[in-house]
Design a protein around this ligand. Structure first.
Ligand code: GUN
Ligand code: ZN
Length: 421
């Protein structure tokens, strides 16, 4: 029963203790706990959910979102690499990190799995801003020792050493987590991928992320670069990069063997629908990934700047259309799950985030269900919660976010214009 898959309180109360959710339930059941020592925030008329989780995104690409006219490999050369070079300057990297995190929070996302640049200072800049805001974020320095402009190249050893230093500085420092980030097989030699695998083994709770099977030209290139391996997935498997807390972006052109490997090793896929369409890469088959012979963990990613929206409502809108093109169905409840608890499970953080539940961290979004005149009009004809949610998923966007609460603190409020600067 779909109704058994979620908890909904028409008139609810959430009691927070600092950054922790202490109680959640129907107002009438909990009203005796309300007292003068509690500060009451009244968001009557709005829907409160856990903050959304973005499992694949590039903060340095914020300045180049909406780059025109290229598919993946040309897009990287023409737009991405020149932009990422500019983040060598830490002041610029800090300004990009600030803009990225502000836009993320204003879009209703409170945790993201983020690519930095090859420059370690850019990762410091990102975590410094995340620490200031109190957000739970995951980020890492990109590794690239070939097939990129000279100014963006590191080496197997320097990538390893710098990442290790960043792990020691940031991993589990407050709410921050570290992600080892070899960009993708074409930009990393076998020696570098081996070092990434070594580092992943050394730290039992560190994350790893990369791109996999995005685009047919890219897949052919990987075959040329690693002729001895039987597939793109096998390249990463060979170097020990596939396991728990590993997140693979895209996996658009996947066969059963690929799903089998990720499923058996309990690694996650990040589905990035606006990217699938914007770079014309292809359509990710979520049905096969989640309910096929080899079910995989799947989270939702924006993949900014190859994706086109920071907001998971718009990301789900495109995911719904992709599922229609593949003759599957994505229900509103499945969509909200994918954007929140499903994402948290895919990154092994569902004990902390992803739902409004007792003992979890208080990352909460207040959604205005009537954020435009047309949405208000459409909602007046809605007959069920599921129809309400589907309308939001198709028609809503960052204007729907009335407030964002991070670690128990309001960091953004739409109507007053407040943001925790
Ligand atoms: N593959 C390698 N690098 C990238 C990137 O920055 N974005 C996307 N979408 N794919 C990549
Ligand atoms: Zn990406």
């Amino acid at each position: 029963m779909v109704e058994d898959s979620y908890l909904y309180f028409k008139d609810g109360l959430i009691i927070l203790n600092g950054g922790t959710i202490e109680k959640v339930g129907a107002y009438q059941d909990l009203s005796s706990l309300v007292n003068n020592n509690l500060e009451l925030l009244d968001y009557s008329g709005s829907l409160l959910t856990a903050g959304c989780i973005d499992t694949h995104v590039h903060f340095p690409q914020t300045p180049m979102i909406a780059a025109y006219g290229e598919h993946l490999l040309q897009w990287l050369n023409e737009y991405t690499f020149p932009t990422e070079l500019k983040l060598k300057d830490k002041d610029f990297a800090s300004s990009v990190a600030k803009m990225f995190l502000k836009t993320t929070l204003k879009a209703g996302t409170t945790t993201s799995v983020v690519y930095g640049t090859v420059f370690k200072d850019s990762v410091d800049a990102f975590f410094e801003e995340s620490e200031r805001l109190g957000t739970r974020m995951l980020c890492g320095k990109v590794w690239m020792d070939r097939n990129a402009p000279d100014g963006l190249l590191d080496t197997a050893q320097s990538a390893y050493d710098e990442s290790k230093a960043l792990i020691d500085r940031w991993h589990n420092n407050g709410r921050q987590k570290y992600v080892i980030t070899p960009r993708f097989a074409p930009s990393c030699t076998g020696e570098q991928l081996q070092k990434a695998g070594d580092l992943y083994k050394e730290y039992p709770d560190v994350y790893i992320q990369t791109h996999l099977c995005e685009n047919t030209g890219e897949i052919d290139w990987v075959k040329e670069l690693f002729p001895e391996r039987k597939s793109y997935t096998d390249v990463y498997d060979h170097y020990g990069l596939i396991g728990e807390r590993a997140v693979f972006g895209h996996c658009v052109h996947f066969n059963e063997d690929d799903f089998k490997t990720l499923s058996e090793k309990r690694a996650a896929i990040s589905h990035c629908p606006t990217y699938n369409l914007f770079l014309g890469s292809g359509l990710f088959d979520m049905e096969q990934a989640k309910r096929g012979k080899y079910p995989c963990l799947v989270g939702l990613g924006t993949d900014i700047g190859a994706g086109t929206s920071f907001c998971h409502l718009q990301t789900l809108n495109e995911s719904y259309k992709i599922s229609e093109l593949l003759n599957h169905k994505l229900t509103a409840i499945q969509g909200y799950y994918l954007a929140t608890l499903g994402g948290a499970q895919s990154i092994y953080l569902d004990d902390k985030i992803g739902s409004i539940a007792e003992g979890k961290e208080a990352d909460i979004v207040v959604w205005d269900l009537q954020s435009t005149e047309l949405i208000r009009y459409r909602m007046s004809f809605s007959k069920s919660l599921e129809e309400d949610l589907f309308t939001q998923l198709v028609m809503g966007d960052d204007r729907s976010v009335r407030a964002t609460i991070v670690n128990g603190e309001v960091v953004y409020e739409r109507d007053s214009g407040f943001y925790k600067e």
